[in-house]
Design a protein around this ligand. Structure first.
Ligand SMILES: Nc1ncnc2c1ncn2[C@@H]1O[C@H](COP(=O)(O)OP(=O)(O)OP(=O)(O)O)[C@@H](O)[C@H]1O
Length: 259
């Protein structure tokens, strides 16, 4: 039997790069009211790779979107670095996302008319910041894109496009990278490469990464997996392997069927 969580709370002992405290998100009202997150408390440790898992509809994307300032929160708080998100207006949230957060989405979200290099440096250009050339070279080399920088997204494979997206997320040295199903559109080899680069950014550069995934193999690249069910945190696993994640998921399935 796995240890039950008495509180809906998974705080980490050291300083968190981002933290939710009793975070609640409610969509709709009346008959359409959905409690997507129900008083969730969780910290995402600095310089660590955390995966968020759980069944479809359990609130994974909502948690990520609320923590990344992409969605408003209904109650409780969400903090990124020293910034409390709940008090921020749209302008301040945009600035926070631009300056502090890197994003990797399932659908790559590259601009088709720009080259790989232009896509990578676009967030910096929008922020009016010039790229740190040495850092950019390091990132581009690490993700294996040196020979592809002049290509447009349509001239790149899915795996290469997602590597551009990873380089774009890392280029500004953000406080935290949020990745939403980053390997969902990739075959296992390309997916493994992308996960390897995210893992490497944590190991080499102390990057903080938070990733939503359905895939136990993807989750095994993380240092820690937190599990959601019905908008609540149910468990966590440290130093996961694909087998231990699968095992935990089977346990939840059994518990759900017998409860
Ligand atoms: N914009 C919205 N309006 C209304 N309800 C929403 C909205 N976004 C999410 N929900 C609901 O909130 C709950 C949590 O959704 P969420 O997308 O966070 O789950 P998830 O775990 O990411 O699911 P999946 O794995 O299928 O992507 C679901 O019941 C969903 O229907």
């Amino acid at each position: 039997m796995y240890a039950a969580l008495t509180a809906n709370s998974l705080h980490t002992p050291s300083r968190s790069a981002a933290e939710a405290t009793e975070l609640t998100k409610i969509y709709g009202e009346g008959d359409t009211r959905v409690v997507a997150l129900d008083s969730v408390s969780v910290g995402f440790e600095q310089g660590r790779f955390t995966a968020i898992m759980g069944p479809s509809g359990s609130g994974k994307s909502t948690l990520m979107h609320c923590m990344a300032g992409l969605d408003s929160i209904s109650a409780g708080s969400a903090r990124v670095g020293d910034t409390e998100l709940s008090g921020l207006d749209d302008r301040a949230l945009t600035r926070l996302r631009r300056d502090k957060i890197g994003f990797v989405f399932q659908a790559f979200n590259l601009l088709p008319t720009l080259t790989a290099l232009e896509n990578i440096t676009l967030p910096l250009a929008i922020a009016g910041r010039s790229a740190d050339q040495e850092w950019l070279d390091t990132v581009v080399t690490t993700v294996g894109l040196s020979g592809r920088l002049a290509h447009r997204p349509a001239q790149l494979s899915g795996g290469q496009q997602q590597r551009v997206a990873v380089a774009r997320a890392l280029a500004s040295r953000p406080d935290i990278v949020f990745a939403d199903e980053p390997t969902g559109n990739l075959d296992s080899r390309a997916g493994g490469e992308v996960l390897g680069f995210l893992r490497e950014s944590v190991r080499q550069w102390g990057q903080t990464v938070v990733m939503v995934t359905h895939d136990p193999v993807a989750a095994s690249y993380a240092d820690r997996v937190v599990f959601l069910a019905d908008g609540r945190l149910t468990d966590q696993l440290m130093d996961p392997t694909a087998e231990s994640v699968l095992d935990r998921m089977r346990h939840f399935d059994t518990a759900a069927r017998t409860s």
